[in-house]
Design a protein around this ligand. Sequence first.
Ligand code: PMV
Length: 324
Amino acid sequence: MKKQVTVSAPGKLMLLGEHAVVYNRPCIVTAVGQRLSATLEIISENRLELDAKDVKVTGYIKQLVELGQGNIPKGANFVEMAVKNFNEKFKINSGIRIRTQSESSSLFGLGSSSASTVCTIKGLAVLFDIKLSNKDIFKLAYKTVLDVQGKGSGFDVVAAIYGGTLYFVTGGKVIEPIEIEELPLIVGYSGIKADTVTLIKEVAEKASRYPDLIDSIYTHIGKMVELSKIAFLAKTWPVVGELMNFDQGMLESLGVGSAKLSAMIYAARDAGAWGAKLSGAGIGDCMIALTPINKISDVEQAITRSGGQVIKVRTNVEGVRIEK
Ligand code: PMV
């Protein structure tokens, strides 16, 4: 049995299908570096010790018997629930120290919570010599996401586990790699923090008032995802871009667009992007623009001029891995 291990996992960017994927439709997600890494160590005290400086958690201590109870700081809840769920399933009953470190700011919404959840589960499995398949890790990680935020599709943890670019249906009903070498994508940060849980609730509230309308929007988004999967595989980027624009229209109908995101999206399209849309829950966080190589600098400048911050992310990167 090892005493210490370091694992790392990528973040995620939703390409198409957000919101609809919470309701049994497919989405396409790509894994992104900046990675998050976690060092896990067995300790003799019967407690969890956590340092996650990027999310302002230092010197956090919780007794094993109290995991998941009481006031949990926002930056600690995914790791704590992951340890709790792992412990309940495999009865490791051992103290554990975890330190996480992220290559990027958690502000961008690029999936540091999902990456830390996956790193915790993978790290514990390595430490205690428990063989887990990717699907096993997914089940525990998805349960953790649902425990913390109540609702969600699991698209973020699947990206952290499998890496690459994936076609994914709610709760892991389908997990299919889309083999592509590169993705000509520009990412712009809006400067506004998106609140995923609140936005899922707001869309659900709208669906309770307009059930047929919202359901047909989800079905349309699902069709756009299906068509874009074919276009991704054929690398027909103009088609992917056009479908991204369609999808953005649907997301506007759901009420998760914002003036800031729209300014950046239209600026990117006007500067020559094949397509541009918000990525994730909406209102804030990031927008993405699929862009021909010869237009990259024009699109980047346009996003900056419209008040966005271009962030360099590597897409389609490797999933969770052991570092040392
Ligand atoms: O806010 P993000 O980037 O975590 O994206 C949320 C995407 C949703 O479809 C709204 C939720 C989900 O779990 O799929």
